[in-house]
Design a protein around this ligand. Structure first.
Ligand code: PFF
Length: 455
């Protein structure tokens, strides 16, 4: 049965507010920091193609499923899944899918805040002219100095976590919605400006376009395919209940198909634009596309150091990157906060403090993995690498897989028809085929191959 009462946390003031908030969740460090460096590490074109396919065939149907489940349950992901499972006469154990999502969000938030903190540090470096005329070596040095100083990283991590808690504490309309309305469009404009600068590098721009869009399948490994799929989940904020929580604040009459397509397109555009802004600089300065998580921190300063008004645009860019990360971090913490408020009767404010400070504490491991703890490894990975791998390549795809199975096989067709309310039957049936057969099969195969369990 569909619930007509809104969530106790309130709801988005309009369809656009939801689109902006969910796009705010989707567009973040994943698009601008992570996508370029993992595309670089996995050989470019072929990886990008697999990533785009994953967005269309796996990400989009799962996003629709998450929004649908959220709006139908009207509570935090755990309670929503429990309620819907009951309505559909499925096992109450489905609520544990909500739990695993909340755990994934918590771990992601812990390291996300550290990287966002690094972007914050860069705001000040850019505005104060540190990048002026900087060379590739100089830019690498600036980044290394920041990374190797645990105190500084810790201070920025703390600040970022605090601003995240502050917004979430203010609630859906006053906190979340207000913040994203202005930020997202501005970020988009600055990215276009940066692509314009990168295009002025002529042949290097062409080289970047071929790197990103000319697939060379000999460069792609099974692990690369798993990383591409994991990133499709990460970048669209899927598989952990964030979009489900946002869906629970969605007004009844909004078209889930339309909003999901809009969000997926906006998110993909931002990632591709980021790639087009960054790779020409990598090639023009003899840097390596595969240089890892420091890529944007080492390449973009070079661009800002050489364009007119670079101090201003550089400062603005990192400001917006922090905002993009902020609007994503909010959605990482929201499901857990909503759960505490609904189930433990704590105020929103208190819930934010509990969750935020625990994630902050776990984040210390990531802070140290860049410096004093760079030798502390498990399975050959530092804490940061391990958290990233575990969440993006294991927890989110598995979470997404079970969401697809639940929405496709355990929810009755009448219920999903009613909640999705897609006017054209062909689109509904297309979604149902994807979510029942295509998505689960693809996720299982890619997952097993990627972790080496399938030939
Ligand atoms: N989508 C965000 C990004 O691309 O940076 C990260 C993220 C946010 C992942 C929220 C998962 C999530 F629930």
């Amino acid at each position: 049965m569909s619930r007509s009462v809104p969530s106790i946390h309130g709801q988005w003031s309009s369809r656009w507010a939801f689109i902006l908030a969910a796009t705010g969740s989707a567009v973040g460090l994943g698009n601008i920091w992570k996508f370029p460096y993992i595309a670089g590490e996995n050989g470019g074109g072929a990886f990008v193609l697999v990533y785009l396919l994953c967005i269309a065939c796996i990400g989009l149907p799962i996003m629709m499923a998450e929004v649908m489940l959220g709006r139908r349950g009207r509570q935090n992901p755990i309670n929503s899944l429990e309620t819907i499972a009951k309505d559909e006469q499925a096992s109450p154990l489905w609520k544990y899918l909500g739990w695993s999502g909340i755990a994934a969000g918590f771990i992601i938030l812990s390291y996300y805040s550290v990287i966002a903190g690094q972007a914050m540090a860069y705001i000040f470096r850019a505005f104060s002219g540190v990048f002026e005329g900087v060379t590739a070596d100089g830019a690498e040095n600036i980044y290394a100095t920041l990374k190797q100083d645990p105190e500084r990283l810790l201070a920025w991590h703390t600040l970022f976590m605090m601003i995240t808690m502050t917004v979430v504490a203010r609630g859906v309309q006053h906190g979340l919605e207000k913040t994203v309305r202005f930020l997202m469009p501005t970020l988009f404009l600055i990215l276009i400006l940066l692509v314009g600068y990168a295009a002025s590098t002529g042949e290097y721009f062409n080289q970047a376009v071929s790197f990103l869009f000319k697939p060379d399948f000999s460069q792609l490994t099974s692990e690369g395919v798993l990383i591409a799929m994991g990133h499709a989940f990460f970048t669209l904020s899927l598989g952990m209940g964030a979009i489900m929580a946002y869906g629970s604040y969605l007004p009844k009459e909004t078209s889930i198909l339309q909003v999901s397509i809009t969000i997926a397109i906006a998110d993909t555009l931002v990632a591709l634009l980021a790639g087009l802004a960054i790779f020409p600089l990598v090639f023009a300065n003899d840097m390596q596309p595969s240089s890892g998580p420091g890529l944007i921190f080492e390449t973009l300063p070079i661009a800002f150091g050489h364009i007119a008004g670079g101090e201003f645009f550089g400062g603005l860019f990192f400001t917006l990157l922090v905002f993009a990360a902020w609007t994503s971090a909010i959605s990482l913490i929201e499901p857990a906060v909503a759960w505490l408020v609904e189930n433990r009767n704590v105020s929103r404010r208190r819930a934010c403090v509990y969750i935020g400070s625990s994630a902050w504490f776990v984040g210390l491991l990531t802070v140290f993995s860049f410096n004093i703890g760079s030798e502390w490894t498990l399975f050959g990975k530092t804490a940061f690498d391990l958290f990233d791998y575990l969440t993006a390549n294991i927890m989110l795809p598995l979470g997404g897989l079970f969401i697809a199975i639940f929405a496709g096989w355990f929810m009755k067709q009448d219920s999903s028809t009613e909640e999705l309310a897609i006017t054209r039957p062909i689109f509904y049936h297309g979604w149902r085929i994807l979510i029942r057969y295509v998505t689960p099969t693809a996720v299982v195969i890619i997952f097993l191959k990627g972790i080496g369990l399938l030939g």
